[in-house]
Structures are given as structure tokens and as C-alpha cells.
Design a protein around this ligand. Structure first.
Ligand code: 3HC
Length: 279
């Protein structure tokens, strides 16, 4: 099966790495040649990292890389069998992409979106295949995290859901089917908690590292919520809080002003070299 992946940023490149490692042929599309090249280099470096830890056999690296092709032209996705979109978390961007994909891909091809909180029904509305659009929400780091939330839109067919579940299983993930709702299950709970940690920090109750230590040692989290926010990207956390706030309308989902200020300052976490920590 050949999978088309749209976007080569944090989630896109993790998916490229993992899908190729699970035996799928991959064509990924980024907007610039620079992003295409940097994603390829990232994936190659990740395979080296995995080899050095004994997680990947050395000969698998060349095999995997041979299955991966990058492009800047979305029309190169014309012959894919399945699409996973992992572009910017913005409704207008996603609608533009899905409209184009709908005109390029075979009519039987399922178009999955890795949106972390947006409406699948609205994304599907710009296509002529409402039954074949589905949410497939992976978690960061994509090669490691075992869960995939599968989200049907209003018109998504049962056959599409079954295929999305089966693709998830071939990617060695555990799928759960979640009704369309802002933030689905994980982000509805996780990101407000991160937002609350930002409030605790802003109120000077504890330092960033002590807040993280508290949740690691006091609640057994594998990494602290502020370090996790840096991993996920503060822009993504803000976008999710904004969706929760505008869709659910409750004050408890209001993004903390410090989160907003840091995003405005370009302190997005690991990807910009600075967030709650410096990298
Ligand atoms: N590529 C492939 N596999 C990797 C890898 C990589 N770069 N790094 C680690 N792994 C695999 C290893 O093979 C290992 O597997 P094994 O147990 O079968 O040998 C496993 O991952 C664990 O590796 P490590 O022991 O080195 O990793 P740690 O124990 O340090 O854990 C972590 C790292 C998994 C990132 C852990 O810190 C963690 O779980 N953090 C929380 C992550 C999280 O909550 N993510 C969700 C964010 S929310 C989200 O993404 C939604 C979005 O919409 C916002």
C-alpha cells in the first residue's frame, strides 16, 4: 500500500519514519524543497538513532529510505492508496488541501486527517467523498505512542472506519473510535491540564522544572507537562485551547495569556529551540 503524507513538520516526519518502517511505500509532500530535504534528513538521522540503540537492524535503514519519496507537488500523490494529512492545524489550510486531494486522488482513496481538534465533518464538506474522510489522530512522538484516535465525521462510512482501524493496526497502534467532539478524548483532557500548569507557572507557585518534577514524581507522568508542551509545540497547544474555547464556550478552556504571549514571541518549544526550556 502506498500512503501519501501531507506535511513534513513534527507529526508528518514522525509518520514518514514510522509508516516506512512498517513496510508502507511513502510519498510525502512539503511546501518547500528545503522542508522536503530536512524531513528526509531527519528520518535518516532517526533511523541512525534507532540503530545505535538496537531498535532497528542496520540493513532496514536503506530498505526503509528506499520506500520514501518527497515532493513539493501535491499532484504527485495521484497514485496513492491512502492519505494521511498532517499539515498545519488550521481549518482553512486543511480545507484547501482536501479540496485539492479530492480532485487528485482516485475516488476510492480514503483521506485521513491527523487533526488534533478540528471538525472532520467540516473538513470533509469541501470534498465529493464525505464518506471517505476520517480523523486519524496520532500522538507525538508518532513512532512511539501506541494510541490512534479514529474519528468519524457525520457522513463517514463504516467501511472507511474499518479501513482506518486496520491501517492503524498495521502501524502497530491501538485504535479507539471517538465521536467527533472538540479535542476528541486525549486533547480535551491533556491540553487544559497543560494550560493549568502554565497558570501555576505564571502565578509563581513553582518553577517550570518543579512543576514538571511534581507531575513526574507525584503523578507518575513519563515527562512533565511543560516539557511535553515543548515537545508538542506551544502553537499546537494554543490552537487546541482556542478550538475547545470557541466550540465549548466555557471559561475553563480559555488559553492562558502566558501561553498566548509565548506563541507570539515565537517560543514554540523544541522546534524553535526555546519554550519553557531551552534546547
Ligand atoms: N523512533 C522510534 N522509536 C523510538 C524513538 C524514536 N525516535 N525513541 C524511542 N523509541 C521507542 C523505543 O524503541 C522504545 O521501545 P521499546 O520499549 O520497545 O524498546 C520506546 O520508544 C521507549 O524508548 P525510551 O526508553 O528511550 O524512551 P523514554 O522512556 O525516555 O520515553 C517518551 C520517551 C516515550 C517520549 C516518554 O517520555 C513519553 O511517553 N512522554 C509523553 C509523550 C506524550 O504524552 N505524548 C502525547 C502528546 S499529545 C499529542 O501528541 C497530541 C497532539 O495532538 C497534541
Amino acid at each position: 500500500m502506498k500512503i501519501g503524507i501531507l506535511g513534513a513538520s513534527t507529526m508528518g516526519r514522525g509518520l514518514i519514519q514510522h509508516c516506512a518502517n512498517c513496510g508502507f511505500d511513502i510519498i510525502y509532500r512539503a511546501r518547500s524543497q528545503k522542508s522536503v530535504d530536512s524531513a528526509y534528513q531527519y528520518v535518516s538521522d532517526q533511523y541512525d538513532f534507532m540503530i545505535s540503540h538496537g531498535w532497528l537492524a542496520e540493513e532496514k535503514k536503506a530498505e526503509n529510505l528506499a520506500r520514501i519519496k518527497g515532493t513539493t507537488d501535491i499532484k504527485d500523490l495521484a497514485d496513492v492508496d491512502y492519505v494521511i494529512e498532517a499539515a498545519a492545524e488550521n481549518m482553512e489550510t486543511k480545507k484547501e488541501l482536501f479540496k485539492e486531494l479530492d480532485s487528485i486522488c482516485r475516488p476510492d482513496v480514503i483521506l485521513a486527517t491527523n487533526t488534533s481538534s478540528l471538525s472532520i465533518t467540516e473538513i470533509a464538506s469541501v470534498t465529493n467523498r464525505h464518506d471517505k474522510v476520517v480523523g486519524m489522530h496520532f500522538f507525538n512522538p508518532a513512532p512511539v505512542m501506541k494510541l490512534v484516535e479514529i474519528i468519524p465525521g457525520y457522513n463517514t462510512s463504516d467501511a472507511t472506519l474499518e479501513t482506518a482501524k486496520s491501517v492503524s493496526e498495521k502501524l502497530l497502534k491501538t485504535p479507539i473510535v471517538v465521536k467527533e467532539a472538540p479535542g476528541f478524548v486525549v486533547n480535551r483532557m491533556l491540553v487544559p491540564m497543560i494550560n493549568e500548569c502554565v497558570a501555576v507557572l505564571a502565578e509563581g507557585i513553582a518553577s517550570a522544572s518543579d512543576i514538571d518534577k511534581a507531575m513526574q514524581l507525584g503523578a507518575n507522568h513519563p515527562m512533565g507537562p511543560l516539557a511535553l508542551a515543548d515537545l508538542v509545540g506551544l502553537d499546537i497547544c494554543l490552537a487546541i485551547m482556542e478550538t475547545l474555547h470557541s466550540e465549548l464556550g466555557e471559561d475553563k478552556y480559555r488559553p492562558h495569556p502566558l501561553l498566548r504571549k509565548m506563541v507570539r514571541a515565537g517560543k514554540l518549544g523544541q522546534k524553535t529551540g526555546e519554550g519553557f526550556y531551552t534546547y
